[in-house]
Structure formats: C-alpha cells, structure tokens
Ligand binder design. Structure first.
Ligand SMILES: NC(=O)c1ccc[n+]([C@@H]2O[C@H](COP(=O)([O-])OP(=O)(O)OC[C@H]3O[C@@H](n4cnc5c(N)ncnc54)[C@H](O)[C@@H]3O)[C@@H](O)[C@H]2O)c1
Ligand SMILES: [Zn+2]
Length: 353
C-alpha cells in the first residue's frame, strides 16, 4: 500500500482486500453504490459485489454504456437519479469501478451529490490505474469540449486490482504505457530504466513487474499532485508530450487512442529538449525504442502546419503562448513558455513521416 497523498492507494491482485479497505474508511453499514460501465460490469461487478455485500445490506449498482461518447451531463443525471432512488445520503459511498470515463463521471457525481459523498476509485484500465485514478480530477465533456465541466475531488482511497489488465485490449494497454513512460521521463530515471529492463515481463503482464509499474507511477503522479493539487505550475509537467499529443488526437477526430497521440507528442517534445542540448540523440533512440516495444507510434502523418495550428488552439495556452514541457535531462522536466514557433515547428517536422 502507498500512502503518499492524504488517502491510501492499495495495489492487489484481486478484490478480496476491498472489504478491509472500505471498513477502514468507515463504510460499514453505509449505503454503497458501485458505478460501472457495461464492459467492466460484465467482467468484475459480481466479484466486487461479493466482496462488499458483507459490509452493508444497502449495496446497489449503476451501470452505464461504455465509451467517451457517454461522458456527458445527461448520464450524470442518470447517476444522480439512481442515487436518489436508492436513498444515498451524505454518509454514503460511491465506488467508481472502471476506466477513466467511469472514474471521472462517478467521481464528479460523488463530488456534487449532496455537496459531496465519499468516492473510492477502483480503476480497471492501465491508464486509469497509473493516471486518472490518482489526482482527484473529475468531470465530463460538454459541447464538444473534453472535461469542460468538472471538479477537483480527492477519493477516500484508490484500490487497484492489477489482474484486471489481463482482459484489457492490447491497444488500451499500450495507451496506458505512454503515461507510464512519461512518468519516468519527467520525474524518475531509475523508474524509466526499470521499465526498459523489465519490458518483456511488463508486456507479458508478469504480476510483480506490473505491480512495480503501477506502484511506481502512482507514487510519481501523487508526489507531483501533492505538491500542486490545483495545477498551478508543477503539475503541468504531467502534460509532457500532451501539447503536441492533444493536437494530433484532435486531428484524428479522437480516433487515435490518447496514449498513442501522447507517444508521438513526447517524441516531438524530446526534440525541443535536444535542441538545447539537454538530451542526446542516443537518449532519444533509447526512449523511441521503448515506445515502439510497447507498440506505440513515434511518428505521425499529419501536416506539421495543421499540427501547429491545432496546438495554438489548445485551451491550456496562457496569454496566447504555447506552453511546452521539455526535459532538462532524462528524469527531469520544466515548463517553457518562450519556445520559438520555428523550434516547435521543427520538432513537429522531425516526428512527421
Ligand atoms: N481525471 C484525470 O486526471 C484523467 C487523466 C487522464 C485521462 N482521463 C480521462 O480518462 C478517460 C480515458 O480513460 P480510459 O482510457 O480508461 O478509457 P475508458 O474508461 O473508456 O475505458 C476504455 C475501454 O476499456 C473498457 N475496460 C475498462 N477496463 C477494462 C478491463 N479491465 N478489461 C476489459 N475492458 C475494460 C471500458 O469499458 C472501455 O470500453 C478519458 O475520458 C479522459 O478524459 C482523466
Ligand atoms: Zn494523458
């Protein structure tokens, strides 16, 4: 168990420990609602319910359709209606069982229902286990904008059953690996090297290797979030590769998985770091090999002009400046707001096929 934030992050190979985790947050006898999506519910809801039914006679569940297109206020209303129907009160618990979509939505519903009921994150995708499940960002998409409506709301705890990754489609796993590699690049060279050395075991989901990946990423993400919960400055380093990545993701009409776009984005951001001598060609080759090993792309076919235009429209820009997260060395990052446009363009060019 990791306790680097104000709440515990449990990592396990099953849901057997969930009961104890809930007991230690005072959930005994409380109303508990498990929120999930159809795919995850078919695989894991029964097991989760079996492990919490002993705690309370007031356990219910709400299952929504899977996918980003359902991450909207309409479906939040459905969740609220379920909460009212089953009589959730201020002492109740919401369990978010699923990937980032369920985590963000159930977290937002919990943050806002009765001005906040406790929420436990139970992430089931690699991306949610190493990224969205930790950090307290919740919300939904609105009028075509991703995560436009939301709240910062820290969970009571995070419970990660790493064995759920066995049922995850390959492209979802590789998408999560982009965030894992990002964590090593921005904060922790030994962690990056561990991923490189254990890459075969990680790819074949060897339990101890996966646990090391998940625990390492949670530790890195929570230490960054702890120092900057509301994303004023330091937390921005978590956006490494994302300024470029978001542009590519939008140009693909969101058909390209997030982590795949971020992978190309990180390769572009590495070129910015290289142009100031912060990292070498060999180091870029090392990172690109690692990304490719996990079936992540390192090049994109989009027109560099279009990528640059799209980057200029990013909602995270301040005062018309494109903020770029660059590395000062492998394992250390900084935010730069003064990177010349030509340098950004050259970086995009160098990752264009
Ligand atoms: N809150 C944050 O800090 C944060 C950070 C990054 C991303 N996000 C959000 O996370 C979302 C993406 O998350 P995601 O990639 O987990 O997507 P997702 O929740 O849509 O899950 C991907 C797909 O995998 C299925 N699935 C989930 N777990 C499974 C399992 N163990 N086995 C088989 N199938 C499984 C889901 O039903 C879904 O179809 C986006 O909405 C994004 O905005 C939030
Ligand atoms: Zn991301």
């Amino acid at each position: 168990m990791l306790v680097s934030l104000e709440y515990p992050i449990y990592t396990a190979e099953s849901y057997i420990g969930l009961e104890t985790a809930l007991l230690s947050t005072g959930a005994s006898g409380a109303s508990i609602c498990v929120c999930s999506d159809e795919n995850v519910a078919a695989l894991y809801l029964e097991e989760v319910l079996r492990n919490i039914n002993t705690l309370s006679s007031k356990v219910s569940y709400h299952v929504q359709k899977a996918g980003e297109e359902h991450k909207n206020l309409n479906n939040i209303e459905h969740i609220y209606k379920h909460f009212v129907k089953v009589g959730l009160d201020r002492h109740s618990f919401v369990l978010a069982l699923g990937g980032g979509v369920v985590g963000d939505m159930a977290g937002f519903a919990a943050a806002t229902y009765m001005r906040g009921v406790r929420c436990c994150q139970i992430p089931t995708t690699l991306l949610s286990q190493v990224d969205s499940g930790v950090g307290g960002k919740t919300g939904v998409d609105f009028m075509g904008f991703k995560n436009l409506i939301g709240a910062f709301y820290q969970p009571a705890f995070v419970y990660i059953n790493a064995s759920t990754l066995k049922t995850l489609p390959d492209f979802q796993f590789s998408s999560g690996m982009a965030e894992v590699i990002k964590h090593g690049l921005i904060c922790d060279k030994p962690y990056l090297d561990m991923i490189y050395n254990d890459r075969d075991k990680i790819k074949s989901l060897f339990p101890s290797a996966i646990r090391a990946v998940v625990e390492g990423s949670c530790r890195i993400k929570s230490s960054v979030v702890l120092r900057d919960e509301k994303e004023s400055s330091l937390r921005m380093i978590l956006n490494f590769g994302h300024t470029f990545g978001h542009a590519i993701e939008s140009l693909s009409g969101f058909a390209m998985p997030h982590g795949h776009a971020v992978s190309v984005g990180m390769c572009a951001a590495l070129r910015i770091s290289q142009s100031t001598g912060a990292i070498t060609n060999d180091e870029i080759a090392y990172v690109e090999n690692l990304l490719s090993f996990f079936s992540l792309p390192t090049r994109s076919a989009y027109d560099p002009e279009e990528v640059l235009n799209q980057m200029s429209r990013d909602k995270k820009n301040r005062n018309g400046q494109i903020n770029i997260v660059a590395l000062t060395k492998l394992g250390e990052a900084e935010v730069r707001s003064n990177v010349p446009q030509q340098q950004i363009f050259n970086a995009i060019m160098s990752v264009t096929e």
